[in-house]
Design a protein around this ligand. Structure first.
Ligand SMILES: Nc1ncnc2c1ncn2[C@@H]1O[C@H](COP(=O)(O)OP(=O)(O)OP(=O)(O)O)[C@@H](O)[C@H]1O
Length: 220
C-alpha cells in the first residue's frame, strides 16, 4: 500500500499540538515477504486522532491486511514504528497491545453458546470477577442487539448475527482500538450495509479508535 492510497491524515500541526498522547501514529511502515521480492507495504504513514474511524481503502493486494496485522502485532515490520498513546508498540507481543482484531472470516466456536463465544477472551482475564465478566457480556450483547440470542449456538444465527458475536467478543475486551479486516465481506450486500451502519453508530458511542479495511474493485 502506498501512502497516496492511505486515508488522508487530518491536519497534523493542528491535531498533534493539543494532546500528542492521544494519537495512534504509524511512521514509515514497510513490510516485504519472500526475501524482499514482494513489497506488501511501503512507507505507510498514518496519524489517527482520538475516536477516529479510519478506513483503509484500496485494491486487492495493496497491503491493507498486512498493515492491520502489523498494528495488531501479527506481522513484524521490516522498518518503521507504531505508537499508541505515546507508547511505541512496534516490538510488543499482540497480547500486550490492548487492541482487538476482527478477521475477514467469522471464527466462532460452533459448540459454544453466543454468551460463551463473546466471553471467550474474558475467561483468560484473572483480574475480573465473574460478575464483572457477565456485565461486560450483557452490555455488549445489548449494544449489538444480541440479548435474546445469548443461549443459542452459532449455527442457529444468521451471518449478520454471527458477525455481531465476533464484534462482541472484541468489545468485551475493552481494547484501545478495534482493527476490522473487511469484517463484513462474508455477508450479503443488504446485511453488509446494515452492519456498516450499526458499527458506525456503535463506534460513535464507544469513544474508541477503529480501523477498518475495504477492498476496491480496481486491481493494483
Ligand atoms: N504471508 C505472506 N507471504 C507472502 N506474500 C504475502 C503474505 N501476506 C501478504 N502477502 C502479499 O502482500 C501483498 C499485500 O497483501 P495484503 O493481504 O496485505 O493485501 P490486501 O490489500 O489486504 O488485499 P485483499 O483486499 O485482497 O485482502 C500481496 O501481494 C500479498 O500477496
Amino acid at each position: 500500500m502506498t501512502t497516496n492510497q492511505s486515508p488522508q491524515p487530518r491536519d497534523q500541526s493542528e491535531e498533534r499540538s493539543s494532546d500528542a498522547d492521544e494519537y495512534i501514529q504509524i511512521t514509515n511502515l514497510r513490510k516485504t515477504f519472500s526475501k524482499g521480492t514482494i513489497v506488501a507495504c511501503d512507507d505507510v504513514d498514518l496519524d489517527i486522532g482520538p475516536e477516529d474511524f479510519v478506513v483503509l481503502l484500496g485494491p486487492s493486494g495493496c497491503g491493507k491486511t498486512t498493515t492491520l496485522r502489523m498494528i495488531a502485532g501479527l506481522e513484524t515490520p521490516d522498518s518503521g514504528t507504531i505508537t499508541i498513546d505515546g507508547r511505541e508498540i512496534t516490538d510488543l507481543k499482540p497480547k500486550d497491545r490492548n487492541l482487538a482484531y476482527v478477521f475477514q472470516n467469522i471464527t466462532l466456536y460452533p459448540h459454544k453458546t453466543v454468551r460463551k463465544n463473546i466471553q471467550f477472551g474474558l475467561d483468560m482475564k484473572t483480574d475480573l470477577t465473574n460478575e464483572a465478566k457477565q456485565e461486560r457480556v450483557e452490555h455488549a450483547a445489548d449494544l449489538l442487539g444480541l440479548s435474546d440470542l445469548l443461549d443459542r449456538k452459532p449455527k442457529a444465527l444468521s451471518g449478520g448475527q454471527q458477525q455481531r458475536v465476533s464484534l462482541g467478543r472484541a468489545m468485551v475486551m475493552e481494547p484501545d482500538a478495534f482493527l476490522l479486516d473487511e469484517p463484513f465481506s462474508a455477508l450479503d450486500a443488504k446485511l453488509r450495509d446494515q452492519m456498516r451502519v450499526e458499527v458506525k453508530n456503535f463506534s460513535a458511542n464507544s469513544k474508541r479508535r477503529w480501523f477498518s479495511s475495504l477492498t476496491t474493485k480496481r486491481k493494483r
